[in-house]
Design a protein around this ligand. Sequence first.
Ligand code: PLP
Length: 402
Amino acid sequence: MTENSTEIFTGSFTQQEPIPEEAIEAAVAVMRHGRIHRYNLAEGEAGETALLEQEFAAQVGAKYCLAVASGGYALATSLRAVGVKPGDKVLTNAFTLAPVPGAIASVGAEPIFVGVTKALTIDLEDLQAKCAEAKVLMLSHMRGHLCDMDRLMEICDAAGVVVIEDCAHTMGAAWNGVPSGRHGLIGCYSCQTYKHVNSGEGGLLITDDAEVAARATMLSGSYMLYGRHLAAPEAEVFEQVKYDTPNISGRMDNLRAALLRPQLRGLDAQVTRWNDRYRMVEQGLGDVPGLTLVPRPAAETYVGSSFQFLLLDWTAEAIDAVLQRCAARGVEMKWFGVPEPVAFTSRYDSWRYAPAQSLPESDRILAGIIDMRIPLTFSIEDYALIARIIRSEVSAVFQGAG
Ligand SMILES: *Cc1c(COP(=O)(O)O)cnc(C)c1O
């Protein structure tokens, strides 16, 4: 079909798919017996939360897993578990979302922002240059784009920098076959409604490090009931940390865990559905003058739950015109270059609790990033139409401006 300026899309970009029946039934069973708190167990019962941890650890091949109240809580807990103290500096991405610098600020530490490349991944040269300034990197795989993880680990290992991965957008993704979250010391995931599995709120933390796992478990509010965890280290490890690890309650409950277990079993199938939709958009936006696609490296197994492209060096007026014209035809997109932060989108210069930093190369890229959610509630044909609409409006504005 050729581009048609009268086509309109009518779907809702924020409509979720329903929770799978199996998950609804499991959640109802929890409500029927009433033992919603993770440590409230009947004789011989493991509990949904402990089972979720055990299953997710097996799924990603980690020794230990802890389920918590949110992805942001998992990030902050990781920082505490590796010993980040008030006043410490923590490296992180300039291109990420507010919960990441927020987690750093929540422990009184200071973010040092590392630049973003046109591939929308962390700038490894900038990282190398800044590695001496901090002992921890909180690496955000923002919008699901993975950098060269082998190279990143080389840089960080050589500098003695501990890596905590923010996998809020990469649950189900991998680099060279290694699941996202398994390169660094700790991997953190979000189970919030807009991520890859949906329990409203929720987070998961994985690690192979016994002391980190024990500290994180105590921090999350295990009291002295850590023996009820099935994906935690031996009691001896807890013995060593239990008197000096504060309880900062942020546990997951059995109701959310019940919702998540069937969804995690279905994750691979969902990834395929996301990627079919993603590729339809990518194909539809090939060779549009003025529009730069984001390349996906062969080593990257990605989850196309959102789509980004660049309108690099366009004026703010022209980008705004594209967004408005697409919105008028039912296609909702977000712009990271917008001067005032809106909805979920904000930029490193909007986090004013952090010391101001200047990253001119990243500013140029951030100013051109356009971002679109890929809801699974739309069909592949819907995405063909969405791509036609974006294509025609980008072309119209580009020609008008040129
Ligand atoms: C959603 C998100 C988080 C944190 O998740 P919550 O569960 O909402 O706290 C962290 N990082 C990124 C990039 C996110 O999008």
